[in-house]
Design a binder for this molecule. Structure first.
Ligand code: FCB
Length: 473
């Protein structure tokens, strides 16, 4: 099972980048009013943009190792340089400020902050994030810090990584030290990014770092991520951090590709593994019945009290529904199947299904007591080799964002408690197994010169934010 689906869409499918340009006035912008307390933002992650992997005392993470092994990443790309954000951070924050974006979700690199062991902070690493946060605050942008976006220090992987129960305690200890340092300045703390993707693709089917496969590996990694998250939330609360506390999950409706009983069963099981096994331990204190047996070998008495912690808000990453068919030939028994026509696709072959957003938001709302939510990622990729032919005129991206915001509004009207929306992402960046070819940014990056050029979508987003601010000011 690939990270999601096909790398390129089959020729018979319509490609969303062929959608017509939507002039701003007709883009439905006037109807996209979200009220005075709504947070528009933008998300990035450390490994995908920073580069400078050998600088400032940083040690390797599991992704550095994975990228340098053959055949893992499209075209053998690595993130050794990526967007060189480590050296260009001020310019990048100016781009955020330039669009009037007031909320920035970024992650911190654990192996930059604690390269040698769990107790010895690296002053250079802390200094980098001090500068970043202080610059955000100087520009009146709220820092939303994600503590763990998939880049485990390799030194911990060598001790078993997330299959080792001790890694849960290591995450809490790391977060404890980080929150003592930044606790007076961070507005929002997000503990994990997408435990479902990290556990399944990294530890179940092996297409992400650290490249492990199998049911036991997946279940132990996910349980220890859930446990580490619970311990971390408690550590942040004990430290009295001033920001709000939450986490980020990738929650998507999972539909069977056909009515065949085996596909229906595969979709139900994947739903329990992907959505339920991430949200239930945190918000309800149990594992879904359908898959609870896989966690039994790792779940010790009292663990589900530790994982079950009140949070202030839940980040939901949404890209599309997942359409699933049974496939005993792949690890974890389920694969992506054909979608329910008629559906348009992004250039990655990801279906464009904005109506899946209210579907999943209402489910969260109804299942978990109207939990406050923000959309922590939503975005659109083109696939591009070398320089853009017409990469700056990204009408397909604008259409995608606009459609998702319209459906978000419907969910709010239906009663979902949604307080924000963050686009993935600021810059074209290193997209994991997709390498540098998958371009999600509102800002184009020329990897040869590192020149940044805002695309049409950047200006569109700035206009949307301005309109919302003007009306609500
Ligand atoms: C999500 C990841 C994020 C980014 C987007 C496209 O699964 O959280 O880092 O790669 O997909």
């Amino acid at each position: 099972m690939q990270r999601r689906k096909l790398l390129t869409a089959p020729a018979t499918l319509s490609i969303a980048s062929a959608l017509p340009v939507i002039p701003a006035k007709q883009a439905g912008m006037e109807s996209l009013q979200f009220g005075p307390n709504f947070n528009f933002g933008i998300s990035t992650s450390a490994y995908q943009i920073e580069g400078a992997v050998h600088e400032g005392g940083r040690a390797p993470s599991i992704w550095d190792v994975f990228c340098h092994e053959p055949h893992h990443i499209t075209d053998g790309d690595t993130a050794d340089v990526a967007c060189d954000h480590y050296h260009r951070m001020p310019e990048d924050i100016d781009l955020i400020a330039g669009a009037g974006i007031k909320n920035y979700r970024f992650s911190i690199c654990w192996s930059r902050l604690f390269p040698t062991d769990d107790r010895t902070p690296n002053a250079t690493g802390f200094g980098f994030y001090d500068l970043l946060i202080d610059r955000l605050l100087a520009k009146n942008i709220a820092p939303w810090m994600c503590l763990y976006h998939w880049d485990l220090p390799q030194r911990l992987q060598e001790r078993g990584g997330w299959r080792n129960r001790d890694t849960s305690a290591r995450l809490a200890e790391f977060s404890d030290q980080v929150s003592r340092h930044f606790g007076d300045r961070v507005s929002h703390w997000m503990v994990l990014n997408e435990a479902a993707v990290h556990s399944r693709f990294g530890h179940g089917v092996g297409v992400h770092a650290p490249g492990l496969t199998g049911m036991a590996s997946w279940a132990s990694a996910l349980h220890h991520l859930n446990l580490g998250q619970g311990l971390t939330i408690q550590a942040l609360r004990a430290n009295g951090v001033k920001g709000r506390i939450g986490t980020v999950a990738c929650v998507e409706p999972i539909w069977p590709s056909t009515d065949k009983p085996e596909d229906v069963a595969a979709a139900q099981r994947l739903d329990a593994m992907w959505n339920g096994a991430v949200l239930d331990p945190l918000l309800a204190g149990h594992y879904p019945e359908l898959v609870a047996e896989y966690f039994e070998p790792f779940c010790q008495p009292g663990d589900l009290e530790q994982t079950h912690q009140p949070i202030d808000l839940l980040g939901v990453n949404y890209y599309s529904r997942l359409h699933i068919q049974a496939d005993p030939s792949v690890p974890l028994d389920a694969n992506f199947g054909p979608d329910h026509a008629p559906v348009k696709y992004t250039a990655l072959g990801w279906p464009i299904e904005p109506d899946g957003l209210p579907e999943i938001l209402m489910r969260i709302t109804n299942t978990y007591n109207r939990q406050e939510i923000f959309i922590s990622e939503n975005g659109f990729a083109t696939v591009q080799d070398g320089r853009p032919v017409n990469g700056l005129r990204d009408a397909g991206r604008i259409a995608y964002l606009q459609q998702h915001l319209s459906f978000l509004k419907k969910a709010i009207d239906q009663g979902a408690n949604v307080s924000g929306y963050f686009v993935w992402t600021l810059l074209d960046d290193f997209e994991w197994d997709g390498g540098l070819k998958w371009r999600f940014g509102l800002v184009d990056v020329d990897y040869e010169t590192q020149k940044r050029t805002p695309k049409d979508s950047y200006h569109w987003y700035a206009q949307l934010i301005k309109l919302n601010t003007a009306v609500t000011a």
